[in-house]
Ligand binder design. Structure first.
Ligand SMILES: CC(C)(COP(=O)(O)OP(=O)(O)OC[C@H]1O[C@@H](n2cnc3c(N)ncnc32)[C@H](O)[C@@H]1OP(=O)(O)O)[C@@H](O)C(=O)NCCC(=O)NCCS
Length: 172
């Protein structure tokens, strides 16, 4: 299995993997819309031979704290092919993704996800306590600081781009 950044030729397979894994169109459409809006910061695929068996996307996410802009990204969506889950592929995608974000000088990562999964990589709900978000209460809202102290402050907010389908109240 290898992990690398997506190439244009992977895009159809990434959409198909997300549809298969989530059983719907929302995530595949989200990826397409973020791509069209030029908001993708990193898109990683896990490959077994030529087959895309995992995918992880990071996209630009405006975060402001005490009047300061933080260079933050959203982690979403992440998909591992149903027949390949629980083999460490998701963990490898996250670990390599975070290393890539460090190289890109990203300061913080925000995720709305499973508390049983993301804390093992250092994500914590404590880091989002001061952040107002339209998705708060729709899943566990967690963050990870790649630059220590980047999310420190008294009051802040997260502004999800339109692609996340806020109007539909979709919890991702
Ligand atoms: C979540 C997901 C990406 C994890 O990928 P993976 O390759 O299966 O994960 P790993 O093998 O690295 O890690 C397995 C661990 O994840 C945990 N895990 C997997 N899916 C989970 C879920 N839905 N909720 C909570 N924990 C989950 C397992 O309990 C396991 O923990 P353990 O090692 O302590 O037993 C994958 O299961 C998936 O695609 N799920 C469906 C889509 C989804 O929910 N995506 C995330 C939201 S955007």
């Amino acid at each position: 299995m290898i992990i690398r950044e997506e190439k244009e030729a992977d895009r159809l397979a990434i959409g198909a993997l997300n549809r298969r894994t989530f059983g719907g169109d929302y995530e595949a459409q989200l990826i397409d819309q973020l791509r069209a809006a030029h908001l993708i910061v990193a898109s990683l695929v896990a490959l077994d031979g030529n087959e895309v068996i995992g995918h992880l996307l990071f996209s630009s996410l405006p975060v402001e704290i005490d009047g300061r802009d933080v260079n933050a990204v959203a982690l979403a969506p992440m998909a591992v092919s149903p027949d390949r889950q629980r083999q460490g592929i998701g963990s490898k995608l996250v670990t390599e993704g975070l290393a890539l974000l460090r190289k890109k000088q990203v300061e913080a990562v925000i995720v709305l996800g499973h508390t049983a999964y993301y804390p093992r990589f250092g994500f914590s709900p404590l880091l989002t306590q001061k952040l107002a978000s339209p998705f708060r209460g729709m899943g566990e809202f967690m963050a990870l600081e790649l630059v220590v102290g980047s999310l420190a402050g008294q009051k802040g907010s997260v502004k999800y781009p339109e692609a996340f389908g806020l109007a539909k109240g979709h919890p991702i």
